[in-house]
Design a protein around this ligand. Structure first.
Ligand code: SF4
Length: 531
C-alpha cells in the first residue's frame, strides 16, 4: 500500500518520531509505524497527537534538537496545522522534517477536495508528489535529505489512490541510524520576532531560485522529447500519479513530449523547453489546476489546456478514463463506480451509541420548534441522514460548539452541539472555553465512544478525562452530566437533555459507551490470544 511504503521509507530514513492525527487516507502510515518492529526496537515516538497543529509543533521540536520527524495528516488537517507549518519555513529546521499530506480528490471521505500543493507554495517550501508506490518509498529518504540540506520542511503530497492502492516495492535492507541530538546552527531563527522574521523571509525568498533549480535537475522530474528538432502538435505535463494514468492510457509508449513533475517548485525551465517544441500543452494534475494556472502565466500562452479549460474534468479524481477523454480517445468507463455500490448510503452501525443519543435528541427537540443541532466530524455526522435527520451542520473539526454559541449569541433557543470525544479534544475545547467565558446558553453533547471511531478506532486524546476537562474549563459541576446511552436508559437521557436545555448557561452531557466495532475487535483479539 502507498501509505505503508511511505511509513517504511520514513522508518528506513531514520525518523525518531511520527506525529499525526488520524484522517483518511493518511491513517495507515502512522498505524504501520506503530506496529513496526523497528519502532519497538528503537523506541520511536508514535503515539497519536491531539490534533494536526500539536503534531506539527511537536515534530518541529524534535527537528530543533536534530532528530528526523514525520508529520502525517489528511488535507483538511493542513488547515489546522497551517500556522506552525507556514512559520516552520520562517524558523527553518535542523533535523529533517517531512510533512506528509494525503489529499482526497473526489471527496471519498472529506468535506472538500483542497489541494495541499497550494500550502507548500504559500509557505515557500519544496514539495514532492510521487507518481507510484516505489517513488513514494524512495522519496521519503530524499525528502529528509532535502529538508536537512535546505534547512526547510518538505511536504510530501499524495492522493487517495496513491495512499490506498498496492504495488510491489523494492526496499533497502538496513534502516539508517537515527540522528544524534544536536542543536540548530542558527538558534536565533526560531525566535520569530519581526526583525528576525523579516530577515528570514528575505532568505527564504532568495532560496526559491535554488529550490527551483533543484527541481529542474531532480531525478524525479523528467522531460522526454521523442525526437529533437521536431515540432509537436501536443505536449503533456503530468503531476504525481497522473504520470501513471498517462502510461496506462498509452501502454506502448507515447510519441509526444512529456514533462513529468514530481518535485516542486514548478521547474519552469523544463516547462519552457517543453513549450518551445509544442503547439499546445495538456496539463494532467490531480486536485486543483495550480500548474495549469501558473504555466499559463509563465508562457503567456492560451495554448495551455487542462482542468481550467474543461479539457480535463474540473472536479473529482483523474482516472485513466479521464486522461483518454482528454486525448479524444474512446473511453470504456471502466473506472466509474459500479452500480452495485452507488446506491448505498452510509449509516451508523446497528447498536451504535450515537443511535441512542439521536433517538433521545429527536424526541426532545420536537418539543422546541426552533431547536437546531450543530454537529461535527465523526461517525455521528451520519445523524444528518435518515432515519435521524437530527443535525443541521458539519463544517470542520470543533465547529459544532462555536456555531451553537454564535447562534445562541444571536438569540437561538435551544442551541445544541453534538461532538465526539476525539473531535472535542482535537478542536472543541477552545470553543467550549469561549462559550463559558461569554456565559452562552448552549447544550453540548459529547457523544463519547472512547475512541476515534471513524478512522478505525485509534486512541482518543482525552479518554477517561472528558468530564474533568470540562470541569477544568469552567463548566458548572452540576451541569456536567455523564450517563450510559442504551435503549433501556432512553427516558433518563431525554430527561437530562430537557433539564440541560432549560439551563441558561453552558451545560455538557456526556453519553458514554464504547464503539461496538472497537469493542468487538478487542473481544476477538482476546479470544485469539487465549486460543
Ligand atoms: S464505528 Fe463505532 S462509532 Fe462508528 S458508527 Fe460504528 S459503532 Fe458507531
Amino acid at each position: 500500500m502507498g501509505d505503508q511504503a511511505i511509513a517504511l521509507g520514513a522508518l528506513n530514513a531514520g525518523i525518531s518520531g511520527v506525529y499525526a492525527y488520524p484522517g483518511t487516507p493518511s491513517t495507515e502510515i502512522t498505524e504501520f509505524i506503530q506496529g513496526s518492529p523497528i519502532t519497538k526496537e528503537r523506541g520511536i515516538h508514535s503515539r497519536w497527537c491531539t490534533n494536526e497543529k500539536t503534531a506539527m509543533e511537536a515534530a518541529l521540536g524534535a527537528s530543533y534538537v536534530g532528530k528526523r520527524a514525520l508529520v502525517c495528516m489528511k488535507h483538511v488537517g493542513m488547515n489546522v496545522c497551517a500556522d506552525p507549518f507556514v512559520n516552520s519555513a520562517m524558523s527553518g529546521v535542523n533535523g529533517g522534517l517531512v510533512v506528509l499530506v494525503a489529499d482526497d480528490p473526489s471527496m471519498h471521505s472529506s468535506q472538500n477536495e483542497q489541494d495541499s500543493r497550494f500550502y507548500a507554495k504559500f509557505a515557500m517550501v519544496p514539495s514532492l508528489e510521487p507518481s507510484n508506490q516505489q517513488e513514494a518509498y524512495d522519496m521519503m529518504k530524499y525528502a529528509f535529505e532535502l529538508s536537512e540540506q535546505q534547512g526547510l520542511p518538505v511536504m510530501l503530497r499524495v492522493t487517495t489512490r496513491m495512499a490506498h492502492s498496492r504495488a510491489a516495492v523494492e526496499i533497502e535492507d538496513t534502516p539508517r541510524a537515527e540522528n544524534e541530538l544536536s542543536f540548530p546552527k542558527n538558534p536565533g531563527n526560531y525566535v520569530l520576532l519581526p526583525a528576525i522574521a523579516t530577515r528570514r523571509n528575505k532568505e527564504v525568498i532568495a532560496q526559491q531560485e535554488v529550490l527551483e533549480s533543484l527541481a529542474c535537475e531532480s531525478q524525479y522530474n523528467s522531460l522526454v522529447i521523442p525526437e529533437s528538432g521536431k515540432r509537436y502538435a501536443k505536449g503533456v505535463i503530468t503531476c504525481g500519479i497522473a504520470y501513471n494514468y498517462l502510461m496506462e492510457t498509452f501502454p506502448r509508449g507515447v510519441d509526444f513530449p512529456v514533462l513529468k513533475i514530481t518535485q516542486y517548485p514548478i521547474p519552469k525551465k523544463l516547462v519552457k523547453e517543453l513549450a518551445a517544441v509544442c503547439d499546445e500543452i495538456l496539463v494532467l494534475e490531480e486536485g486543483q489546476p495550480i500548474v495549469e494556472e501558473i504555466i499559463g502565466g509563465v508562457l503567456g500562452s492560451s495554448n495551455v489546456k487542462g482542468r481550467l479549460t474543461g479539457d480535463v474534468n474540473r472536479t473529482g479524481e483523474l482516472t485513466p478514463d479521464s486522461v483518454k477523454a482528454a486525448f479524444g480517445l474512446a473511453c470504456n468507463k471502466v473506472y466509474e463506480k459500479s452500480e452495485v455500490v452507488l446506491p448505498r448510503p452510509p449509516a451508523l452501525c446497528q447498536g451504535c451509541s450515537h443511535r441512542d443519543v439521536y433517538t433521545a435528541l429527536n424526541d426532545v427537540i420536537k418539543e422546541y420548534p426552533n431547536a437546531k443541532v450543530f454537529s461535527d466530524i465523526g461517525c455521528y455526522t451520519l445523524g444528518a441522514l435518515p432515519p435521524f435527520r437530527t443535525i443541521s451542520s458539519c463544517i470542520d473539526m470543533g465547529a459544532s460548539i462555536t456555531m451553537a454559541k454564535g447562534a445562541a449569541d444571536s438569540g437561538l433557543f435551544p442551541a445544541i452541539a453534538v461532538i465526539g470525544d476525539s473531535t472535542f479534544t482535537h478542536s472543541g475545547m477552545t470553543g467550549l472555553l469561549d462559550a463559558i467565558n461569554s456565559k452562552a446558553s448552549i447544550t453540548v453533547v459529547i457523544s463519547d465512544n472512547l475512541t476515534t471511531a471513524m478512522t478505525g478506532g485509534q486512541d482518543s486524546a482525552g479518554t477517561g478525562r472528558i468530564e474533568s476537562i470540562c470541569l477544568g474549563l469552567g463548566v458548572e459541576p452540576e451541569h456536567v452530566r455523564v450517563m450510559l446511552p442504551i435503549p433501556k436508559n432512553h427516558d433518563e437521557l431525554c430527561s437530562i437533555i430537557r433539564e440541560e436545555i432549560e439551563y441558561k448557561g453552558v451545560s455538557v452531557i456526556i453519553p458514554r459507551r464504547e464503539c461496538i466495532q472497537v469493542m468487538n475487535r478487542k473481544l476477538k483479539q482476546k479470544r485469539a490470544n487465549k486460543a
